[in-house]
Design a protein. Structure first.
Lengths: 198, 198
């Protein structure tokens, strides 16, 4: 699943300048238009450098149809595949962490259309095997980012009649993530407080 | 890093028929030419279906240069990037698992040229954070597959003067993985016995 800073268009169509690479993280701190994905990638780099935890982003799955070897293995025909898992996973104090990051421009609710059945199934498996599973949800216009346990999103997705999670519910059941320079989004602090003593 | 069943050519050049997708796993059991990667993918599917553990393969990172939107987001120019992590990670009983799979045609040793510095660094971080880290090494001509703890490969990689790990050392320090129909490679049995009581 490809995400955009505008948060509303979760189609597979990327911006032309996008690079689908885990290596394309920019360390420029001057970019005000930095999106959620970049903030998380920078936070993960910070955590890695500080040896707090190790979380990596899964590359976007791409199905390669043809490759031109005369030019040194240039891919000439390929298409994006649907991410069947989540964007991020990693390890903290031996525990498995798995999460998906989503941004929305809405201010009153988080639309569940942004979440796929595949991702819900994946996160259910993670929980079944004792992993720590959650969503990082950004309300871009409110400039607020929350960590919301996957079990809560799963329940809404499977049993709810609504097609979105009200902002008020995210506020009450999630944990607001502190923003800063480094880490930009300190989600690990929330994991430490809420997941490590159980 | 792209792997081949012949195990000797670990360049970035793929076979033309290769699909770089986590969704391309085939369930045909009649294919005798099935390679190590396919065996592991099938084992992971088996483990998932049996709710033993959840291990997924990271997609091959691809840097997209240009996309043709007139044809519905067809990638027309892209290139393979070096995998900076490992091929597989997942969760078993809450614990984080991370490993790389390599096959060799050699019978007397496992060449370390198959392993990148990036992967060694990644696995060192995994160990530092309490994750379970290992290599699955296939000696294709011997029809033998071993699970070898990452710490052992790291030591050879960093301190060894040799450019390979002798087969005898893999035999003595690794754990031979039982082959079967389902799972095709029962590496989880080894994890349960050797990593879960510590």
């Amino acid at each position: 699943m490809i995400k955009y800073s505008n948060g509303q268009n979760f189609t597979k169509k990327p911006e032309k300048s996008s690079k689908f690479s885990i290596n394309s993280t920019s360390f420029s701190h001057s970019n005000r238009g930095m999106n959620l994905e970049e903030d998380i990638n920078l936070s993960n780099e910070y955590y890695k450098a500080n040896e707090s935890c190790l979380v990596t982003k899964r590359p976007t799955p791409i199905n390669v149809v043809s490759v031109d070897y005369t030019k040194g293995a240039v891919i000439t025909n390929a298409y994006f595949e649907k991410q069947s898992t989540t964007d991020y996973n990693g390890v903290y104090k031996g525990r498995y962490i798995d999460f998906e990051a989503k941004s929305t421009q809405k201010t009153s609710s988080f639309p569940l259309a942004n979440v796929s059945k595949h991702q819900i199934d994946h996160l259910k498996h993670v929980l079944k095997h004792g992993g720590i599973a959650f969503f990082i949800i950004e309300f871009a216009k409110l400039d607020q980012v929350f960590l919301l346990d996957a079990s809560y999103v799963i329940e809404y997705f499977e049993n709810g009649t609504r097609k979105s999670i009200p902002y008020q519910d995210v506020l009450e059941n999630g944990h607001q993530i502190k923003k800063g320079l480094a880490p930009r989004l300190d989600y690990l602090e929330i994991i430490e407080k809420n997941y490590m003593n159980s």
